[in-house]
Design a protein around this ligand. Structure first.
Ligand code: SAH
Length: 356
């Protein structure tokens, strides 16, 4: 197997080219072919000399993800199951809305954080994705949408914990957001969601300009500890102190995600505690009514209970948004991504709604 050229770091790239007496702008040109023009062969790279194209062809491959499965929901949401070179698989979800097209991408195969309500947690952590596997989800998904539609937003909210794969994730973020040679999506349109790894949050906010979303899910230490084992390492108090001290640019807010679990964290008291907790933090709250999946013991609260929770926040002046489930019928909604499990169960039971 020839090494995948997209796995080369910038230094490796420029060293390779310098050895061949190529001018330094070649690295940028090649990256433009790979990430902007989404080239799948070196032969397409017509502004390079034939000699260089041949040498690249000899030495490298241009890695791709295989689309193993593709399911479209009644609401237009599309779920991809991508096969990786080593046989592992991951999922991405494309969410069309009136004026935006958002892709939700994965950063790990499985996840090691064991949140009690999450389907990906059931897999455990298999491995980290490389930067190019993270980026390739965008390149492959883009190929399936019509030329006049572009992916406008990216959320790192698929399988895995992005900040537990910090180096590869931030390298991917650079490729995604660079306007000169990268995919060129503005960092204002990219959101990274984390379970709350405090040191990595601080690092991320110092090193990038992407939006931050934090999975909170409970307003007290005891309950958060039950739902999210990570709370033992980084308790709520430490997490919120960190949020208070982040150097946020003016008008920028931190998004707090709160999965609403029936009779667990959905009372008016919980909402009031949440209001208190977020005092002094420029924040908005994304309430995500629980999306059921096979193997979970939680349930989604009734609509009027969701509304009551929302109203407490709203009346206290908190900016709150209740996330509508998207792609629920194809198990593509938040927290339903299971990779191989998805392939296996869908295969056995045949899809009820998706058309494979
Ligand atoms: N590891 C990161 C990103 C992946 S999950 C994180 O935890 O933030 C993206 C969001 O979906 C998280 O807020 C997660 O808690 C939430 N989620 C997980 N399972 C869910 C489910 N079954 N229903 C609704 N939201 C869920």
């Amino acid at each position: 197997m020839k090494p995948n050229i997209k796995e080369l770091s910038f230094q490796e790239f420029t060293a390779f080219l310098a050895k061949r007496k190529q001018p330094s702008f070649r690295a940028k040109q090649i990256r433009q072919w790979l990430f902007q023009k989404r080239a799948t062969s070196f032969a397409e790279m017509t502004n390079l000399s034939r000699g260089l194209r041949e040498e690249l062809e000899e030495r490298f491959s241009i890695g791709r993800l295989r689309i193993v499965r593709f399911a479209e929901s009644q609401d237009g949401t599309i779920k991809f199951l991508f096969g990786l070179a080593d046989g592992a698989s991951i999922e991405s979800v494309l969410i069309p809305e009136a004026r935006r097209l958002t892709l939700c991408i994965s950063t790990q195969v499985g996840c090691g954080f064991g949140c009690a309500f999450c389907a990906t947690a059931l897999l455990g952590l298999k491995r980290n994705l490389t930067a190019s596997e993270i980026v390739d989800q965008i390149l492959e998904a883009s190929r399936t949408v019509s030329a006049e539609r572009r992916i406008t937003h990216v959320v790192l909210m698929g399988m895995g914990e992005p900040l537990a794969n910090y180096a590869q994730t931030t390298e991917a973020l650079e490729i995604i957001t660079d306007g000169e040679w990268g995919i060129g999506i503005s960092p204002r349109r990219v959101t990274l969601s984390t379970v709350g790894l405090v040191p990595q949050i601080e690092k991320l906010m110092a090193e990038t300009r992407v939006n931050l979303a934090i999975s909170l899910h409970a307003a007290n230490e005891r309950l958060r500890g039950e739902l999210m084992p990570v709370n033992r390492k980084y308790p709520l108090k430490q997490l919120l102190d960190c949020c208070r001290s982040l150097p946020l640019p003016r008008r920028k807010r931190i998004t707090f995600e709160y999965v609403l679990l029936g009779n667990v964290n959905d009372s008016e008291q919980d909402a009031q505690d949440l209001v208190k907790l977020l005092k002094g933090i420029p924040s908005k709250v994304n309430v995500i009514p629980f999306n059921p999946h096979p193997g979970s013991r939680y349930f989604r609260p009734e609509d009027d209970r969701i509304t009551r929770f929302q109203n407490v926040l709203h009346d206290a002046g908190v900016q709150v948004n209740v996330r509508r489930p998207r792609g629920d019928d194809i198990q593509a909604a938040c927290g339903q991504l299971q990779g191989e499990e998805f392939a296996r169960t869908r295969h056995e039971t045949k899809s009820t709604a998706g058309d494979f």
